[in-house]
Design a protein around this ligand. Structure first.
Ligand code: ADP
Ligand code: MG
Length: 700
């Protein structure tokens, strides 16, 4: 519908200046943009307050009462008008700084009016400045809808007087100007089946709700639509890929795998590890390319599973590759895996940014002629010069540091794309894994190897510092190592290091050299410096590692048994959990100590309590999502949620999300390419959503 693209400047109450503000502040250019600028709440105009109930913390309120005693104050040029407003419970003052003449000419002293505005306090008295005023008769006429929309705005817009009333008026004017109904965006058969209200009615009612019941139906319809298209999009990606990309088949489980399993594996696999290997072997045998997210808490044995999967690739005459987010992690993987496969005749190589040119050349050659079976490395693996003879499997460790685009680059390393397994320790609530990672299949390791001593988590207020120091000395005397982590909110701003610097000073005093040695790592160090410091700690040369959250991902130092988190109340829950995962990796009892001040918010208390109460990453992820709301839950935005969620809330709307996913699955099962006439509308709408969202480009 062409009209929807009309410029908003011609709408009632707007004009070029205000339109421009809306362009720049809210990205609203056309009727359509404005129609999709949804209210965030509604004021119930059927409710009346009494004067005695008023206080300055209330938002806009509506009152019924008598206006009298008009008084003007001030000079001729800066006149202030006041009047008394009273109901049977008390009197407040009304104030006007502008338009006083009009008020005096049009209001009748002693008459009953309905007023609407924001109460403020002046001294001991409550007043309302520039209230909206209606006579009883007018109010009756006006109130087609009792629920009045309130719109999200910006400081600048509010300053320029663009408030909800302006939005209301402009939107009413849009509906007056439209010559037809806003076109439908869902196929008729879905609307019918789910008894949804039409798109036009939904858009109309979100701005001008007829009543509460219709508003509920409206919100349901719009939320469903948002979530449905997200689901349709990710599921279609998955569907198309399966259709398009044949994968390599790995039918054999051969000597490499079996010898490792029988001769090398020093322990029994957990039930969860066995199940996951089975799931993925099923992919390998299916003839389709596998794209799987392997999720499991820190220490659940993902890397080991990754290794065994690589051995299956090798058994089928393919090469395999493991990619890690940092050089240290890559090195650690290289060391552990080399040790694991010792004597099996497997050639493992390491490629990172610091691999020397000469070595690199030899490495490239050995990859191409197939001498190297397993290549472990960092981003360096992605580069085009790195070519394999026959790459069959790519394992990516710690997903969140790799973009989807990088994932896709690895697909091009063989004629058919190799299987891709993405391993992550960041527990993802189901709602997120259905959306952000919705195009991947998911396997979960939900069991830790037996005999692990659960990490003991303790909360100390700052006053317990002496107890803490004593405990640290004991641990160091027992040969253990300790992390101390300081919060860092804005990586670029220097003053944030104050905490770390102060901490370092007091720790150095308490743990003086030469008896003790300390490493320091923070985000403003050069990568090389960071690495040296980390290596000192990893090798046990230093006893204490003082760091900002840069150590969150990665380093595995089994001898480090104590994680102290300073100002723990300033960390998010999933971050605390990730940090805690740095300890508890060896056989010794490990501890996580959360230091906080006495000033804790309710959320802060909940976070600390959750950490103390549970080690279960999934439980923590759910609590985290509840506390933060999914809007900013771990990487929703960055991970490229394909379309913006305007109304839906992934946590609260879980039921609708599931309905949306089922519906989208049914649609694609019946018509995977959306070629049926009745599904044409879906294809069109998907295309429209994609082009209207710039972020779309980053998602494969
Ligand atoms: P993740 O990658 O999930 O953090 P790892 O694969 O690095 O976990 O495993 C953590 C530690 O546990 C490693 O030392 C590994 O050898 C060991 N491990 C893995 N699986 C088991 C198992 N089934 N039983 C005992 N130890 C295991
Ligand atoms: Mg790991």
């Amino acid at each position: 519908m062409q009209e929807l693209h009309n410029d908003i400047q011609f709408l009632k109450g707007l004009g070029p200046k205000r339109a421009e503000l809306l362009n720049t502040e809210l990205n609203i250019f056309t009727f359509n943009d404005l129609l999709h600028h949804y209210p965030f709440r509604y004021i119930d105009r059927s409710k009346f307050y009494k004067v005695k109930e008023l206080n300055e913390s209330l938002q806009n309120v509506q009152l019924k009462g008598i206006i009298r005693n008009f008084k003007t104050k001030g000079s001729k040029y800066k006149q202030v008008l006041t009047a008394d407003f009273s109901d049977e419970t008390g009197i407040i003052e009304l104030i006007w700084f502008k338009g006083t003449k009009w008020i005096m000419q049009n209001l009748v002293s002693g008459k009953e009016y309905i007023i609407f505005g924001k109460p403020a306090r002046y001294g001991r008295k409550i007043n309302i400045a520039h209230p909206e005023i209606d006579s009883l008769e007018d109010a009756k006429k006006k109130m087609t809808s009792q629920l009045q929309a309130v719109y999200p705005s910006t400081e600048k817009l509010v300053k320029k007087g663009i408030n909800s009333k302006v939005f209301n008026k402009a939107l009413a004017s849009v509906f007056e100007k439209l010559s037809a109904k806003i076109p439908e965006t869902l196929p008729a058969y879905i609307i019918e089946k789910l008894k949804l209200i039409s798109h036009h009615d939904a858009i109309k009612n979100i701005h001008f709700p007829k009543d509460n019941y219709t508003l509920q139906k409206t919100i349901f319809r719009l939320k469903f639509e948002e979530l449905f298209y997200i689901q349709l999009n990710v599921l279609q990606l998955k569907y198309n890929r399966k259709l398009q990309f044949k994968g390599y088949e790995f039918p054999i489980v051969g000597d490499f795998f079996n010898r490792f399993y029988n001769e090398k594996l020093p322990f029994e696999l957990t039930g969860a590890q066995k199940r996951v290997i089975k799931e993925i072997r099923h992919d390998f045998a299916s003839g389709k390319q596998s794209n799987r997210l392997l999720q499991g808490d820190v220490g659940s044995g993902k890397t080991l599973v990754g290794l065994m999967l690589m051995l299956i690739a090798l058994d089928n005459n393919f090469q395999a590759s493991l990619m890690a987010p940092t050089e240290i992690l890559a090195q650690q993987h290289f060391v552990t895996i080399s040790k694991f496969v010792e004597g099996l005749g497997i050639n493992v190589s390491l490629l990172t940014g610091s691999t020397k040119t000469k070595e690199r050349r030899a490495l490239h050659e050995n990859l191409l002629n197939g001498n190297i079976h397993i290549l472990i490395g960092t981003h360096a693996l992605i580069e085009d010069v790195v070519k394999f003879k026959n790459l069959g499997l790519v394992i990516i460790d710690e997903q969140h540091r790799f973009g989807v685009a990088q994932r896709a680059k690895m697909w091009k390393k063989n004629i058919r794309p190799p299987h891709v397994i993405v391993m992550t320790a960041t527990p993802i609530p189901r709602t997120l894994s259905m959306t952000v990672y919705g195009d991947l299949d998911i396997s979960i390791i939900d069991e830790l190897p037996p005999g692990r001593k659960p990490i003991k988590t303790i909360h100390f207020f700052d006053s317990k510092r002496l107890v803490l120091f004593k405990f640290m000395r004991e641990q160091i005397a027992a040969g253990r190592q300790i992390y101390i982590v300081y919060p860092l909110i804005f990586e670029s701003e220097n003053f944030e290091y104050k905490d770390l610097e102060d901490g370092l000073e007091s720790i150095s005093r308490e743990f003086p050299s030469p008896k003790y040695a300390i490493s320091v790592v923070h985000g403003q160090m050069k990568p090389k410096e960071k690495e040296i410091a980390m290596n000192y700690f990893a090798k046990g040369i230093t006893n204490i590692m003082i760091a900002t959250t840069v150590i969150e991902v990665g380093v595995d130092v089994p001898n480090a048994t104590v994680m102290i988190i300073e100002s723990a109340e300033r960390f998010g829950l999933s971050q605390l959990h990730q940090l805690r995962g740095r300890v508890g990796r060896g056989g010794e009892q490990s501890y996580c100590i959360l230091m906080t001040s006495y000033k804790l918010s309710a959320d802060g208390i909940k976070r600390i309590k959750t950490m103390v109460d549970t080690n279960d990453g999934f439980e923590i992820a759910e609590v985290d999502m509840k506390l933060r709301g999914p809007g900013d839950a771990e990487g929703t935005r960055q991970s490229g949620m394909p379309f913006e969620l305007k109304l839906s809330n992934l946590r609260e709307d879980y039921k609708i999300l599931e309905l949306a996913r089922h519906t989208a699955t049914d649609v694609l099962d019946a018509d995977g390419e959306l070629k049926n006439d009745k599904n044409k509308i879906l294809e069109r709408q998907l295309k429209r959503l994609k082009t209207s969202n710039v972020k779309w480009g980053v998602v494969s």
